[in-house]
Design a protein. Structure first.
Length: 243
């Protein structure tokens, strides 16, 4: 099981997350591309951190809405949204090339991620947009009971897919994430995170409707969670790098 984390979510003088402490503990870094967070300086700094720690760098595009940190769904033409995502990926890709770093994957952020997991048409359009930028990129989406359907749905994009589970989030009965506004939807205690991850590693997750099977390739910890470093240290104890 590979560990991924959302990174580079600072902006100018505004600091979010402890990227320097998190980076040595993960396998994949999902780097904000200037939409919901991040700026060119932060992107370069995060890419350099990933390179120096042997971590695969990926793009983390989101709605262009720093005020709400990309966690509010924005309505508008899907074509425009796809172009926005492509532009964000392209910006990070250009900076990565200047550092001799090759982008490895794309994982949409926040409300955009949740929207695509509930809207198959949007999921397909976003994947097609990513493939149009670079078909060698891995596309990250949530591992749900619909995994087999999503593989079939996105086969024509020729993208490799990575299905992820969430170490610090509670799940709804359908296997998707509970809304952040719900009490207890985000785990803020490393003990709770560890118990939750043990279940995920065994292939199940607790939901209000009972245990649900989850088949995941990678595990996400949110970098802006105040207990991200402590949680990752616990998880690394369960998943050594050579596992």
């Amino acid at each position: 099981m590979l560990l991924n984390c959302d990174m580079g979510e600072s902006y100018g003088p505004w600091e979010k997350g402890d990227d320097a402490a998190v980076m040595p503990l993960i396998d994949w870094a999902n780097i904000a591309c200037g939409g919901h967070a991040g700026d060119p300086d932060v992107m370069v700094r995060t890419l350099e951190l990933a390179r120096d720690h042997g971590v695969k760098a990926g793009a983390h595009p989101g709605y262009p809405d720093r005020r709400n940190f990309g966690r509010v769904r924005l309505l508008g033409p899907v074509d425009s949204l796809v172009h926005e995502v492509q532009a964000q990926i392209g910006a990070l890709q250009a900076l990565a090339r200047s550092l001799d770093v090759t982008l490895h994957h794309v994982k949409p952020h926040g409300a955009l991620y949740l929207a695509m997991m509930h809207d198959e048409d949007l999921l397909v359009r976003l994947a097609e947009g990513v493939s149009g930028v670079d078909p060698s990129l891995v596309f990250v989406l949530q591992a749900t009971p619909d995994r087999a359907r999503h593989v079939e749905l996105l086969a024509h994009t020729n993208l490799d897919l990575a299905f992820e589970a969430f170490a610090d989030r509670r799940y709804a009965g359908d296997g998707r994430l509970r809304a952040r506004a719900e009490p207890g939807a985000v785990l803020h205690d490393p003990d709770d995170v560890e118990r939750h991850v043990r279940g995920l590693l065994a292939g199940t997750v607790d939901t209000p409707d009972g245990p649900l099977a989850v088949e995941a390739d990678t595990l996400c910890v949110h970098g802006d969670n105040p207990v991200a470093v402590a949680s990752l240290e616990r998880i690394r104890g369960l998943i050594p790098r050579d596992a």
